[in-house]
Design a protein around this ligand. Structure first.
Ligand SMILES: NC(=O)C1=CN([C@@H]2O[C@H](COP(=O)(O)OP(=O)(O)OC[C@H]3O[C@@H](n4cnc5c(N)ncnc54)[C@H](OP(=O)(O)O)[C@@H]3O)[C@@H](O)[C@H]2O)[C@@H](O)CC1
Ligand SMILES: [K+]
Length: 468
């Protein structure tokens, strides 16, 4: 599991650790880890051209000390300051002693650029002096963000103006949520975590991202004594005369999610379409261990949604099922509820503009989970899953922009519902589903169709299970 911590938490942990260590120790650890990554990125350190973009705070300090280490190994290192009057004095002295220079303008060519403008002390949009330096980053250089790409909000991943687009981010002590959540995540490139000793003093994380091993441990594998009922039956209320395909795709996802059986409830013509494609499907009402309600219902299906919510089993509500949800009714449910809106549906539920949700995804998903007392999965460039109560938000690391295609959400809801029926807690069902769904899309490659994602799910499942 990759865990991420807010700036406030990181600062508190740093204070606690610094009180026990000689001054400057953490910065030296950070700079040493940063320089080590840079050495690996350069084909040859000796003779390489390295440019340091240096801000006025300690982020600039880390960068200057790392630059000094590279200069000592024979790199030509040029630092350019955002504000020449405010530069970390110790770092600049170290760079100069190692043969590096401070110059007024960004050189036109470089092999490696270190972005040390702002780290966790950055607030709001990059100021013009910083943004001007970002614009001058030479084309073709490998860009390494120091702690985080300047211009990305460390706590939320929000980008309010110009921001560095890094190839690699070397972050210190702990991942920050903004490195895992878009739009910040897409500016961070490959992530390297440098251990500066914070681990022992960090509390519970604000965000976390599953990786293969964690998902493998959660997959519901059948045992020799399992039969289809013990493995769980999922009921799917989806599709309408207008959107029959949504039912087929939700069932397609559900059949690949580990439940023992999938039961479809809906108009006979849609049931025929489902059966024609998946003869394994049970048709009509009966006992289930979880429900998926909503994909492609259009204006129909309201009573079925309410009926499902009245039952004491986990219910996943998606798409048209999300319209007119009553927070009081959901909060009163004893069994888990999992809501799976995309940004537009989340905006409607929160009564805000879609852009507000896109720009502040973490706040939106937390807000929905709190208002509805339900686990909430916000689909999008980085899918987020918030628990109904306190606890870290899960960030899905496997997404791909190709998933923004018609029907892909229907496959996801079926898959997540199937995992709920198989007995996974709602946060795990949502995050494992998002993980497998993203991986299946990556295995398929783009441009892709939603049913291909469903077909690739067993491969994604095997890939995760095989390696652990
Ligand atoms: N603490 C530790 O133990 C360790 C910390 N470490 C390192 O220190 C970093 C944190 O350092 P930090 O606190 O000095 O803040 P930092 O990120 O350099 O930025 C503050 C400066 O930026 C400025 N500024 C703000 N917003 C801006 C904007 N939008 N656009 C432009 N400028 C803006 C702001 O200006 P001011 O508001 O003062 O005018 C201030 O001068 C951390 O990320 C890590 O790299 C590591 O060494 C490990 C140990
Ligand atoms: K930075």
């Amino acid at each position: 599991m990759r865990t991420a911590y807010s700036v406030e938490t990181v600062r508190a942990a740093e204070r606690e650790l610094m009180a026990r260590l000689p001054e400057g120790t953490l910065m030296q650890r950070a700079a040493a880890g940063l320089a080590a990554v840079c050495v690996r990125l350069l084909p040859r350190v000796y003779g390489s051209r390295v440019v340091l973009l240096v801000g006025p705070g300690d982020n600039g300090g880390d960068t200057l000390y790392a630059g000094a280490k590279l200069a000592r190994r024979g790199a030509g290192v040029t630092a350019v300051a955002m504000d020449p009057e405010r530069v970390h004095a110790g770092g600049l002295a170290a760079l100069r002693a190692a043969g590096g220079r401070l110059e007024a303008a960004v050189p036109g060519r470089a092999d490696l650029v270190l972005d040390g403008l702002v780290g966790i002390g950055g607030r709001g949009a990059l100021r013009p002096a910083a943004a001007a330096l970002v614009e001058r980053i030479p084309a073709g250089a490998v860009v390494v963000a120091v702690d985080l790409p300047s211009g990305v909000d460390a706590d939320t991943g929000e980008v309010a103006g110009a921001a560095v687009a890094a190839d690699v981010t070397v972050t210190f002590g702990a991942y920050k949520p903004g490195l895992l959540i878009d739009p910040g995540a897409s500016r961070a490139g490959a992530l390297h975590l440098v251990d500066i000793g914070l681990g022992e003093v960090l509390p519970a994380p604000e965000a976390e991202a599953l990786q293969h091993a964690g998902v493998a441990g959660l997959l519901p594998e059948p045992t020799p004594s399992s039969d289809k009922y013990r493995r769980g039956v999922l009921g799917v209320v989806a599709g309408s005369a207008r959107y029959p395909g949504a039912a087929v795709l939700a069932v397609a996802g559900a059949l690949r999610g580990g439940a023992g059986a999938v039961r479809y409830v809906g108009p006979p013509a849609v049931a025929d379409a489902v059966l024609a494609r998946y003869p394994e499907t049970l048709i009509g009402t009966g006992r289930v261990q979880a429900w998926v309600v909503g994909p492609g219902l259009g204006d129909e299906g309201g009573p079925e949604v309410r009926e499902a919510l009245a039952q004491p089993v986990p219910v996943l509500v998606d798409a048209d099922g999300l319209r007119g949800l009553d927070p009081g009714e959901l909060r009163a449910r004893a069994a888990p509820t999992l809501l799976t809106p995309h940004a537009g549906e989340a905006a409607a539920l929160l009564g805000v503009a879609r852009e507000t949700v896109e720009a502040g995804r973490l706040e939106a998903v937390r807000g929905l989970a709190e208002r509805y007392g339900a686990v909430t999965l916000l689909k999008g460039s980085t899918t987020l899953i918030a628990p109904a109560g306190p606890g870290p938000v899960r960030v899905n690391p496997t997404g791909t922009p190709w998933l923004a295609t018609a029907g892909s959400g229907d496959v996801l809801s079926g898959l997540a519902g199937s995992l709920l029926a198989a007995g996974l807690p709602a946060v795990d069902a949502g995050s494992v589903a998002a993980y497998l769904h993203g991986l299946a899309a990556r295995l398929t490659g783009g441009p892709l169709l939603a049913h291909q994602v469903a077909e690739a799910l067993p491969r994604a499942w095997r890939e995760v299970a095989r390696r652990h």
